[in-house]
Design a protein around this ligand. Structure first.
Ligand SMILES: [Fe+2]
Length: 320
């Protein structure tokens, strides 16, 4: 994986020493007609002159579409992006998204199969290779069952194949820890992914008073509990030890990427960054619902904290 491979590259002044890709003289990989939004700017130190150092590091302007279409330089330049610590080119370093709402018509995400196709297509373009989509299961609002979700998954899979979108897709669920969850857990018919990982969320108003017991029982049954978007539970912001206690109990934390882009009201972004600083984030997810989320997801690529998180090598996404 390019991020890990570059972990030991030494810093040169304020820039980074990076491998310089070989570009054949008769090709112009950076020409093209990309829109401004498709342009990615990176600053790098470049080769260091022995006696007359550059006053300013050169700025490289790269057309990301040309990059994607040019096999000759693709890998080398992705390495440059990944080591810039300023911007990321895409989410190829994450590889697998494990939180989204792509199955149409069964919760508050994609409404139609066309929505599902458009969202999955763009996520694939942004570097994702595998999507584990997780419709809500809630006692009051989204009474989805494994049969409903897996039936919907097959429809999406068929549609993506017909559209030649070669992204792998699986389904699990995002379980709200409400009064109905314990009954579902007792029945043992829970949707999981990658070896009994289960994605759970809490109410945005009150935590479940039985949370510790629920987590304990799930773990005894062999589940690996993932808490969705810890940065969104505002009632715990003034008692951070609640989070630390959950971490001590082996709960994995999944941050929403869109939180870093300021998608939610303050101070969610600040807390997302705090979790990153403290090394408490194990997984990142898009929580993709619609194109508004997509725009925020793309904006998150500009966040330095995200580059640092991915480069830390701590994320488990690419093992799913
Ligand atoms: Fe979600």
């Amino acid at each position: 994986m390019p991020f890990k491979a570059l972990a030991n590259i030494p810093k040169v002044n304020k820039g980074i020493r990076v491998p310089v890709p070989k570009i054949s003289s008769n090709r112009a990989p950076f020409s093209g007609s990309a829109t401004p939004s498709a342009m990615i700017y990176i600053a790098c130190s470049g080769p260091q002159p022995s006696k007359k150092p550059l006053k300013k590091p050169p700025t490289l302007l790269i057309d990301s579409d040309a990059l994607d279409n040019n096999d000759q330089i693709n890998d080398d330049f992705k390495n440059i992006f990944s080591s810039s610590k300023t911007v990321l080119a895409d989410f190829s370093g994450v590889k697998t998204d494990m939180h989204s709402h792509l199955i149409p018509g069964i919760n508050d995400g994609a409404r139609t199969i066309e929505d599902s196709i458009a969202l999955a297509r763009r996520m694939h373009e942004l570097g994702y290779r595998k999507l584990i989509t997780t419709p809500h299961i809630q006692q009051d609002y989204f009474k989805n069952t494994p049969e409903i979700i897996l039936g919907g998954l097959e429809k999406v899979r068929t549609a993506l194949k017909a559209e030649n979108i070669s992204v792998e897709i699986e389904a699990a669920a995002e379980y709200l820890l409400d009064d109905g969850f314990e009954e579902l857990a007792a029945r043992g018919n829970l949707l999981t992914f990658s070896g009994k990982h289960i994605l759970v969320e809490l109410s945005y108003f009150n935590p479940n008073p039985n949370l510790k017991t629920i987590v304990f029982n799930l773990q005894v049954d062999g589940y690996k509990v993932i808490l969705a978007h810890p940065e969104r539970y505002t009632y715990w912001f003034s008692s951070f030890e609640k989070y630390e206690d959950l971490k001590d109990r082996g709960v994995l934390f999944q941050m929403n990427l869109v939180s870093l882009a300021g998608f939610y009201p303050d101070p969610v972004k600040k807390y997302a960054e705090k979790f990153i600083e403290k090394g408490m984030i194990d997984l990142v997810g898009t929580d993709m619902h619609n194109m508004n989320y997509m725009a925020a997801l793309e904006n998150s690529l500009k966040e330095k904290s995200l580059a640092r998180l991915i480069e830390s090598g701590k994320l488990l996404n690419n093992m799913l």
